[in-house]
Design a protein around this ligand. Structure first.
Ligand code: PBG
Ligand code: ZN
Length: 328
């Protein structure tokens, strides 16, 4: 038998480019944005280098930068110290997320605006729902989450994105949006969201760590792929337009299976811990940041994600325009 010479296809940059099975471009990216009601100017975030707490009246600058790099969407997180049991800043008409959404809408009208819809950044318990006797109540939380979604739609969000993992939230949000006339506001559900160690840097930034207990009573056990699939199926039945897998890098199996089963858009959340690992290693000179980030984003697209929400979005968009893995 003659030797199978696969290396023929690897001989030059241009040959590799032509036969590449996955191509990355900035249109696959969504940039997460943190907006704080306390910031007067951008405040750098220690656990997430390259990211800031933005004041809502300046966040248009960031949206414009994303737009100029060809990034089609942003995911908005509100940050506040003004926390209470009913998460009132989550649905306040002048809450941090609502103000930011309006600002982004006016500065970059074409930008697709996703709003993270959850309570953990706004409750004094730090939990993603309403707490009574140290229990996170499901149905009471769903009501408040639906109210939050409506206020984000009113502010101008194109998609609300429930990340709480309460049961029945997608259906409740859909009904609430329709009742208020927001029939064109979509839902990107954090459908398969796991109780992951990978959210550490984010929780520091959003000051949203639970004051007691943890999130394992509502987020999915990382040991269980099938629960992720059930959750996706349920959210689709309840009216989700886009489903998300989170964290993405440690759940590529689920992205691939979901891609095979469901003909809906799938997004992958390249979460804060995944970003921090690359950043920290790169700072020490242990990895090449550009190659690592693009390889990771590429793996998510390869698994079947239509787009990736990533803290690397701004840098990666620039790198992608220059070409994937070229300067190796
Ligand atoms: C809020 C929320 C979290 C993230 C997105 N929305 C934190 C959590 O569930 O604890 C994590 C994002 C990241 O780590 O990048 N529910
Ligand atoms: Zn939450």
């Amino acid at each position: 038998m003659t030797v199978k010479r696969y290396r023929r296809l690897r001989q030059s940059e241009n040959i590799r480019k032509l036969v590449a099975e996955t191509r990355l471009d900035p249109s696959r990216l969504v940039l997460p944005i943190f907006v704080s009601d306390e910031a007067e100017k951008e405040i750098p975030l220690e656990s997430m280098p390259g990211h800031f707490h933005w004041p809502s009246n300046r966040v248009g600058l960031l949206a414009k930068q994303a737009e100029s790099l060809g990034i089609p969407g942003v995911l908005v997180f509100g940050v506040t110290e003004n926390k209470d049991p009913l998460a009132s800043q989550a649905y306040a008409p002048d809450g941090p997320a609502q103000r930011a959404i309006a600002e982004i809408k006016s500065s970059t009208p074409g930008m697709a605006i996703f709003a993270d819809t959850c309570l953990c950044g706004y409750t004094d318990s730090g939990h993603c729902g309403i707490v009574e006797d140290d229990k996170v109540l499901n149905d009471a939380s769903v009501e408040v989450i639906a109210r939050t979604a409506v206020s984000q739609a009113r502010a101008g969000a194109d998609f609300v994105s429930p990340s709480d993992m309460m049961d029945g939230r997608v259906g409740a949000i859909r009904r609430a949006l329709d009742d208020e006339g927001f029939v064109d506001t979509g839902i990107m559900s954090y459908a398969a969201k796991f109780a992951s160690s990978m959210y550490g840097p984010f929780r520091k930034v959003a000051n949203s760590s639970p004051a007691f207990g943890d999130r394992r009573g509502y987020q999915i056990d990382p040991a269980s792929t099938r629960q992720g699939l059930l959750s996706i199926e349920r959210d689709l039945e309840e009216g989700a337009d886009i489903i998300m897998v989170k964290p993405a890098l440690v759940n590529l199996d689920l992205i691939q299976t979901a891609r095979e089963r469901y003909d809906v858009p799938i997004s992958a959340y390249n979460v804060s811990g995944e970003y921090a690992m690359v950043k920290a290693a790169a700072e020490r000179g242990w990895m090449d940041e550009r190659r690592a980030a693009l390889e990771i984003l590429g793996s998510m697209v390869r698994a079947g994600a239509d787009f990736v929400i990533s803290y690397h979005a701004l840098d990666a968009a620039g790198w992608m325009q220059e070409g994937w893995l070229e300067h190796s």
